[in-house]
Design a binder for this molecule. Structure first.
Ligand code: ATP
Length: 716
């Protein structure tokens, strides 16, 4: 896929040169899909913004039909269209705003996707599902071979067992022992082969299943981690975890055990019916008249039962994920508010609903299993009755009747097995569709776009120019409107403002977690959309308000900052921790740097966490530093240690700091005050404070007042 993109880009540049546009940059990939292929379309905008091209692969002329479909939407009127054997390139004038155009493409994309989903026929999904088995084809072919052997043995057993019974009943006394012994020895050999073939089948199927699941999980995890941050704002973590664990397992099971069981059931049912006809055509005709209507009823009943069972499962997932999982993982908050009983009560309400559904399911299940068991027994009894009559008229032997009964039994089991194959297949298709959606999703901006700029040197000059931005999930609430701010290389810029004015959002934009809706965020004069995102992030260090430490050792957490953690020496980790004032407290733990922290390990205090995070940033040695000062008050000693560590960290770097402490604000080279979606004031601390009517002055006065209030309350 990546190769295709590169080829497409080269081709585009060539065509662009023909129309005298030499400088263009990659913008966004749009993933428009048609029903036969999932190939990216690429939009490129030339630097001066005067034109835009859309490159799309040609599939049996479909590109042109898509083009006309987009044209009829009134969105695109290409000035020129070139058609190549593989691609179509359309040149547009961007007289309309290119963002508007991008939006339109996006809308078209979702429309195409929706219509595609509604048109999707299961056979396509089945094909896609089966494609997963391709790398395991040899193992699976061998497994199917063993399946045929095992099933042939199983299905021949009733016939030979019937022969044994007939031998017991009809052999003359002089041959009795030898005939019986040789028949039994032969049958034992056959059964041994069947057992071995069955064991080999199960082993091969399970290994193939695990390989498929392994590959699926790997691809899915990689696809999830490549998504843009906005995607995670819209998608619940529990849902993604479910796809990684449950859905992948369902697909693996559907393709191996289920497929094998389904094939076996089908083969055994067919062979069983054939053998029943062979052993006694008249008795078989009788059974075949009685069984189908009962089987139909059982299928209808079974579907109804499954739909109730699905509702129960959905309700259970909702109660577990939304209620239990969230509350358990945030037990400290629940405890702090004393909400344990309320939570139990709310959970019980959900569980009560599940219980009601489960009660219905139990009644239906009881009916279903009672009726199917009863009909099975009645069928067997009628076969015995009819068979007894046939035996009485000497049209059948006792051995034949026994074989027939065994075949009837096997056919019953196989039909039941096949109906569960169908339901597991449907489940697998559902899970598969959810997985493809995620695996095929192209992130809005790539993680490591190799063609973009990677400047040799970085000075660290930062600039926000006329930035407008709203979060993708809240497009109607703008965070910035025409915000501009410059941070000269090597200086410290403190950003202040009331809560919710977008201070942390500045950090997110600089890290390119989101792209601005309009305007430019630049580093050393380069629009960060032109910079390689990996390269950019490798030069930026962050210490957030509440740093996250992973569930691993302190040493591993510090090394996480380095581009290649495996290359980090323990001496480097010690040095970073020492500078960050973290070394002493780490050494006090019995396991020192090997102490496991995070949810499953030792819980660190806020100040300790901050110092480990500072050590992590120090090890990265970034040119640009984005700091979000902790709002929560640290004790005096911790505050001093963190402050000292921060000062050492900031030395010689460009720093954008979201400041809450007066000392930080005073020592910054400049202070920017955010309000009303933009920077309202900017200047040195002294200059801003001198303005009586200024926002900064008011903010400081308010803060001083709040602090005095707090002190007063403390000493009362
Ligand atoms: N991922 C997100 N999706 C949608 N809205 C968000 C997201 N993150 C933040 N917001 C909203 O954006 C606004 C600005 O948030 P931001 O965290 O940047 O403010 P802040 O000035 O840093 O606040 P504080 O000082 O309280 O940390 C808030 O209204 C917040 O609710």
């Amino acid at each position: 896929m990546y190769g295709t993109m590169l080829r497409m880009t080269r081709f585009t540049v060539g065509k662009l040169q023909q129309c005298n546009i030499t400088c263009c940059r990659s913008d966004t990939f749009y993933h428009l899909s048609n029903r036969t292929s999932r190939t990216p379309w690429k939009r490129q905008v030339c630097k001066n913004g005067s034109c835009e091209v859309l490159v799309m692969p040609v599939y049996k002329g479909r590109s042109l039909s898509w083009l006309s479909c987009l044209r009829t939407g009134g969105l695109f009127l290409p000035k020129r269209v070139w058609t190549h054997s593989r691609h179509t390139v359309a040149l547009y004038s961007t007289s309309t705003d290119s963002k508007q155009t991008a939006k339109s493409v996006s809308n078209q994309e979702s429309k195409v996707k929706t219509s595609e989903n509604s048109l999707r026929v299961p056979s396509e999904d089945v094909k896609k599902l089966l494609q997963l088995t391709y790398p395991q084809r040899w193992r699976l072919t061998a497994a199917v071979g063993f399946l045929v052997i095992a099933s042939s043995v199983t299905m021949s057993a009733p016939y030979f067992l019937g022969k044994v019974i007939d031998t017991i009943y009809t052999s003359p006394p002089e041959d009795f022992t030898s005939s019986l012994t040789s028949l039994c020895i032969m049958l034992t050999g056959v059964f041994l082969c069947g057992g071995a073939a069955n064991a080999a089948r199960v082993y091969l199927m399970q290994i193939s299943g695990e390989q498929i699941v392994r590959k699926l999980r790997e691809t899915l995890f990689s696809s999830i981690l490549k998504q843009e941050v906005g995607f995670f704002d819209k998608t619940r973590t529990g849902e993604l975890i479910n796809r990684l664990s449950a859905d992948t397992a369902i697909v693996g099971n559907c393709l191996t055990d289920n497929l094998s069981d389904g094939l076996r059931s089908l083969a055994q049912a067919g062979a069983g019916v054939g053998m029943m006809l062979y052993v006694s055509p008249s008795l078989a005709a009788f059974v075949l008249m009685v069984v189908p209507p009962i089987a139909c009823l059982a299928v209808i009943f079974g579907r109804f039962l499954r739909s109730i069972s699905r509702r129960t499962q959905d309700a259970l997932a909702e109660a577990t994920q939304v209620r239990a999982e969230e509350r358990i993982s945030n037990i400290r908050t629940v405890r702090a508010f004393g909400k344990e009983l309320t939570e139990v009560q709310k959970y019980s309400e959900k569980i009560d609903y599940i219980f009601e559904l489960a009660k219905k399911e139990a009644v239906l299940s009881a009916g279903f299993y009672g009726v199917t068991g009863l009909s099975g027994n009645i069928i067997m009894l009628s076969v015995l009755y009819k068979g007894g009559l046939l035996m009485a008229s000497e049209a059948m032997t006792v051995g034949q009747l026994s074989s027939f009964l065994m075949y009837a039994f096997w056919v019953g089991i196989s039909i039941a097995g096949f109906s569960s194959f169908y339901s597991v297949l449907m489940k697998g298709l559902g899970a598969g569709t959810r997985l493809w959606e995620l695996m095929d999703r192209k992130p809005e901006f790539p993680l490591n776009e190799g063609l973009l700029l990677k400047p040799e040197q970085l000075k660290g000059e930062l600039e926000f120019r006329n930035v407008c931005f709203a979060y993708p999930t809240r497009k109607d609430s703008p965070i910035f409107q025409d915000l501009s701010l410059s941070v000269p290389a090597g200086s410290v810029m403190a950003v202040v403002g009331s809560s919710g004015t977008g201070k942390s959002t500045l950090v997110s934009l600089l890290l390119r977690l989101y792209d601005p809706d309009s305007g430019v965020v630049s580093v050393d004069g380069h629009d960060i959309r032109d910079l390689n995102p990996y390269w950019l992030r490798s030069h930026i260090g962050t210490v957030s308000q509440e740093p996250v430490l992973f569930s691993c050792s302190i040493a591993e957490n510090i090394a996480y900052g380095a581009a290649d953690p495996s290359q980090v020496t323990i001496e480097n980790i010690y040095r970073a921790a020492q500078i960050a004032n973290a070394h002493d407290f780490i050494q006090e733990f019995p396991k020192g740097y090997d102490t496991v922290v995070g949810e499953k390990g030792v819980l660190l205090s806020g100040g300790q966490k901050q110092r480990v995070a500072i050590a992590r940033a120090l090890l990265k040695n970034p040119k640009i530093l984005l700091l979000d000062e902790a709002t929560s008050a640290l004790d005096a000693e911790n505050e001093f240690l963190v402050q000292e560590a921060l000062e050492r960290l900031m030395d010689g770097r460009t720093v954008l700091i979201i400041a809450h402490r007066l000392s930080t604000i005073q020592s910054a080279d400049a202070v920017a005050v955010l309000d009303q979606h933009r920077v309202m004031e900017i200047g040195s601390h002294a200059k801003l404070l001198a303005n009586d009517q200024g926002l900064f002055r008011k903010l400081m006065e308010k803060q001083a007042f709040l602090q005095a209030e707090q002190k007063h309350a403390l000493f009362k």
